[in-house]
Design a protein. Structure first.
Length: 258
C-alpha cells in the first residue's frame, strides 16, 4: 500500500519562495534516503553501508522509542531500538540524527493542543539527550508522514524544516535559509527495493531537483524495508552518477545562504 494522501495547497506554500531548481554546486540532482524509527540493528548497518561509499546516512529517531514506557503502535515498530548512546555514537561518525515524533502517535488525529505538546516533548528530549543537537537546525519528520496545515506551521516555528507527505517527493533545491516544508513518498509494508528503484530511475531522467524517499529498516525490520544488498548496490551506483549527490536532508539545508 502506498502512502499518498496528497496534501492540498496551504498558507505554507508561501515558503516555496526562495526555491528553485538550481544546481547544488556542480550537481543538478540530490537524493535523500530518509530512514525512520530507530531500529538498532538496521541503523548501524545503514550507517556502515553509507560509510563504505563515503556518505552520511539520514536517520530519524522516535524520541521515546528506547524507553520502557514506549508502546509500539503496530507490529512494524516492535523490534528493539537503539538508545541515545547509539545515536550519539553515529552522530560522532558523521551521520545525521533527526527527530521523528515523541512516540509515533497519529498526531493529526488528536486535538491540536495535544499534538503540539507531542511535538514539543519530542524536540525537548532531543535537546536534552543528543550531543550538539539544536531544534532550530533540525528537520522534524512527521510520524506516518501525517500532518495538518496547523501542525506544519507550528512545527516550522520550532525547527528548520519539516518532512511530510507531499504531492511530489521531488522538491526544489533550496536557495534561502527560511523554513521549509519537504515532501516525500514512502512504500510498504512489503519490501521496497523495486519501488525505490522505480522512483530513482524516473528521477534521474528529469532535469534536476531533490528526491526524498522515506524508508525504514533493512531486510525484515520495519514497514517497507529495503534489503541491505540492494541499498549497498544502489549507493554504489549513485556515487558513480556524475550529476547526482546523496545527502542527508539537514546537510542540503545547511548549504543555503543566511
Amino acid at each position: 500500500m502506498k502512502r499518498r494522501s496528497f496534501l492540498k495547497t496551504t498558507v505554507l506554500s508561501t515558503l516555496a519562495i526562495g526555491f528553485s531548481g538550481c544546481r547544488s554546486g556542480n550537481k543538478s540532482h540530490i537524493l535523500t534516503l530518509s530512514f525512520d524509527d530507530g531500529f538498532k540493528k538496521s541503523f548501524h548497518e545503514i550507517a556502515d553501508i553509507h560509510e563504505k561509499y563515503g556518505l552520511s546516512a539520514c536517520l530519524n529517531i522516535i524520541s521515546s522509542g528506547h524507553l520502557n514506557q514506549f508502546v509500539a503502535p503496530n507490529e512494524y515498530h516492535k523490534d528493539i531500538r537503539g538508545d541515545f548512546n547509539d545515536w550519539d555514537a553515529l552522530k560522532r561518525r558523521g551521520h545525521e540524527i533527526m527527530p521523528h515524533s515523541w512516540d509515533h502517535s497519529h498526531i493529526a488525529r488528536i486535538s491540536l493542543d495535544e499534538a503540539k505538546a507531542d511535538i514539543e516533548k519530542g524536540l525537548k528530549y532531543f535537546e536534552e539527550n543528543l550531543e550538539g543537537y539544536k531544534s532550530s537546525e533540525a528537520v522534524y519528520n512527521f510520524a506516518y508522514n501525517e500532518s495538518t496545515p496547523e501542525l506544519e506551521q507550528f512545527a516550522l516555528s520550532k525547527v528548520r524544516a519539516i518532512r511530510t507527505q507531499g504531492d511530489s517527493a521531488i522538491n526544489p533545491i533550496p536557495v534561502s535559509s527560511g523554513p521549509v516544508k519537504l515532501g516525500c513518498w514512502s512504500f510498504g509494508p512489503e519490501n521496497a527495493d523495486k519501488w525505490v528503484e522505480e522512483q530513482v530511475t524516473k528521477f534521474l531522467t528529469l532535469p534536476g531537483g531533490w528526491l526524498i524517499l522515506n524508508l525504514h529498516g533493512l531486510d525484515k525490520e520495519g514497514w517497507g524495508p529495503v534489503s541491505s544488498v540492494y541499498l549497498d548496490g544502489l549507493l554504489k551506483r549513485m556515487i558513480a552518477t556524475e550529476y547526482l549527490e546523496v545527502l542527508p536532508a539537514g546537510v542540503v539545508l545547511k548549504r543555503t545562504s543566511v
